[in-house]
Design a protein around this ligand. Structure first.
Ligand code: PLP
Length: 285
């Protein structure tokens, strides 16, 4: 694979980052994942806008323009012949060669920019989405700025492992009884024709897929309610699903061992998955 590091395209085995990089020592960095369908980028604009916001919330400078970022994304897709898959982008604060809690001087310290691709055939026509996901609920013990897409993913990763150990696919995180989000996706329940999902705040990541799915649902005359819901309400819902750039709309068929509906992907989730993939393909760059 060819990867991108700080201005250079390199074979992955030759890419190097300093051991003093604050991304490595302190998880001081942000990232984006943009999916690729038909060798084109899905919702690149949305990801670029959120990236700028994440950087600004952490007082990091934008090392590259949106146009430059798009060019590198496209070049990696081309060089690695990605038809279906994703582009991962990470920007960390870099380092001035020491370990210190104080941020290094941004005038003299360049952020570290890393990008690589992952090929994922079957992203659109997904066996996992046909089956639907089983989730467990776990306590949300992450920090209070989940709206910033930082690389501190240890707890979400542990949550995913707890789910695997329980024979499930993912975990939904719960705070004060209310579902916040999945380990790497936003969470929804469906009652009748109404789609319910937590409103945006610092408690959850402002999913790029979430924004598109809610827009498309409203355009399709479906009811959307942005409000908190409890894990108990979720277990009694007609259906449930999650959204993320890397799995699009993923039906959820079981929560903590309780089957939703008849335990197969629900019709609203399936429809939203179809609409999302169709519309986003058309708008891909
Ligand atoms: N919530 C969390 C915690 C995530 O990690 C992600 C994606 O990585 C999402 C939600 C979904 O966001 P997006 O649709 O932008 O991929």
């Amino acid at each position: 694979r060819t990867v991108y590091v700080n201005g250079d395209y390199l074979p992955e085995t030759e890419a190097r980052v300093s051991i003093f990089d604050r991304g490595f020592l302190m998880a001081d960095g942000v990232y984006e994942v943009t999916s690729v369908l038909g060798a084109k980028l899905i919702d690149f604009d949305g990801h670029a806008v959120r990236l700028a916001r994440s950087l600004s919330e952490l007082d990091m400078k934008q090392p590259m323009s949106k146009e430059e970022l798009l060019e590198v994304h496209r070049e990696l897709v081309k060089r690695n012949e990605i038809d279906e898959g994703l582009v991962y982008l990470q920007i960390t604060r870099g380092s001035d060669g020491d370990r210190d809690f104080v941020f290094p001087d941004p005038e003299t310290t360049e952020p570290t920019v890393v990008m690589f691709t992952q090929s994922k055939p079957g992203l659109a026509d997904s066996p996992a989405a046909r089956k639907g996901a089983k989730v467990i609920s776990i306590e949300d013990i992450r920090w209070g700025r989940r709206d910033i897409k930082t690389v501190q993913l240890l707890y979400p990763s542990m949550g995913k492992m707890m789910a695997k150990k329980a024979g499930c696919d993912d975990a939904w995180m719960v705070e004060d009884g209310f579902v916040t989000e999945g380990t790497s996706n936003n969470a929804y329940i469906v009652k009748g024709n109404k789609i319910i999902t937590r409103a945006l705040s610092n408690d959850i990541l402002h999913g790029i897929t979430r924004a598109a799915v809610l827009r498309l649902a409203r355009e399709a005359q479906m009811q959307v309610e942005e409000r908190n819901f409890t894990i108990e309400e979720a277990k009694e819902a007609d259906e449930a699903f999650t959204t993320s750039a890397s799995a699009f709309v993923m039906p959820v068929v079981e929560i903590d061992g309780v089957a939703l509906g008849d335990g197969t992907p629900g019709k609203v989730a399936k429809r939203m998955r179809e609409i999302y993939i169709e519309e986003m393909r058309k708008a891909a760059v």
